[in-house]
Design a binder for this molecule. Structure first.
Ligand code: COA
Length: 325
């Protein structure tokens, strides 16, 4: 029988500091009613000392605990993040070191912005299916508070910090990842990007001193709705299923209106779509695994359920995964 990757544990971590929409009213020209009605966000978490690695390690520890395995059993660590603490080593190597994961395990980061977790999951799933890893730690984490311009109301109200993690275990049988796809279209990179602190090579004039996240909100919104809807119908078909089979859809939490439009497109009832955007905003690569962990701990996912993840983010990147729980 073919090998599958089973999600045997989930965990998450968010910073303690809560920043409400009312708090933001004091920083930029915005209002709770504008943010709530346009995005569904009421508050977000902002790191004070909880760096990318701190959040990743805590989320990973919680996932290992829920999988009831020791860090020593992990032979692969993949981290989706675009806010690493250092250019190198990778966040994955720092997580490996802090958790005491054995020397010789493989550890690397993937950069796919808000699709970072699904890119990391896709890579780990393929290692497991190929027999190259038995137990993988897959983490999605971002600290966007570091790369947001807190004077730009069009972006600062949307994002928050957070992390989520899963343990993937190789096994035979019907449960586990049934299908996983990742996609990109670099032609649209200017729709959503962060130049960062490195002197850019081929964007010199535009971005030399320009550090923060830039976004064309309207275009991103339209593409997100179109792309996520199609990604779900394609992957469900690939897995030999129908949309009615979806027990729970866990979409990237970027905007409640994007999620609702996707839900309507697929004719999914409310109770089959998980959202927690009101509490955390868009936590980029942390978004899906953080929502998954909350859904699991709230008893929203039962053995045998078909669970679908779908993401969309800068790159452009997008991806989808179907799991039989
Ligand atoms: C950003 C987003 C919420 C804007 O919502 P929108 O309904 O499209 O609003 P618009 O951009 O048309 O702006 C409408 C008005 O609100 C203003 N506005 C923008 N941000 C504001 C804020 N935080 N508070 C108050 N007003 C704001 C605009 O300046 C504009 O004013 P104008 O009409 O006088 O020019 C929406 O486009 C979005 O969510 N896009 C996708 C973003 C995303 O998900 N990115 C991450 C993908 S992973």
């Amino acid at each position: 029988m073919a090998l599958r990757s089973r999600i045997s544990g989930t965990g998450s971590c968010v910073p303690r500091k809560v920043v409400t929409n009312q708090d933001l009213e004091r920083i930029v020209d915005t209002s709770d009613s504008w943010i709530s009605s346009r995005t569904g966000i009421k508050e977000r978490r902002v790191s004070v000392g909880e760096t990318t690695v701190v959040m990743a390690v805590k989320a990973a520890r919680n996932a290992l605990k829920s999988a009831d395995i020791s860090a020593k059993e992990i032979d692969l660590v993949v981290v989706g993040t675009v806010t690493p603490e250092m250019i190198f080593p990778s966040t994955a190597c720092l997580v490996q070191s802090q958790l005491g994961i054995k020397s010789g395990a493989a550890a690397f980061d993937v950069s796919a912005a808000c699709s970072g977790f699904l890119y990391a999951l896709d890579a780990a799933d393929k290692y497991i299916k190929a027999g190259a890893a038995k137990k993988a730690l897959v983490i999605g984490v971002d600290q966007f508070s570091r790369i947001i311009d807190w004077k730009d109301r069009s972006t600062c109200v949307l994002f928050g910090d957070g992390a989520g993690a899963v343990v993937l275990s190789a096994g035979e049988g019907e449960r586990g990842v049934l299908s996983s796809v990742i996609h990109s279209d670099g032609r649209h990179w200017e729709m959503l990007y962060a130049p960062g602190s490195i002197q850019p090579s081929h964007f010199e004039e535009k971005a030399a001193n320009d550090y923060y996240v830039k976004m064309n909100g309207n275009e991103t919104f339209k593409l997100a709705v179109r792309t996520m809807g199609k990604a779900i119908t394609d992957i469900i078909e690939d897995a030999g299923l129908a949309t009615e089979d979806i027990a729970l859809l866990i979409p990237h939490q970027a905007n409640i209106r994007i999620i609702n439009a996707t839900k309507e497109r697929l004719k999914l009832p409310d109770d089959r779509v998980f959202t927690n955007i009101e509490k955390y905003g868009n936590t980029s690569a942390g978004s899906i695994p953080l929502a998954l962990d909350e859904a699991v701990r709230a008893g929203r996912v039962k053995d045998g359920d078909i669970v679908v993840f779908v993401s969309f983010g800068g790159g452009l990147t997008w991806g989808a995964t179907v799991v039989r729980w």
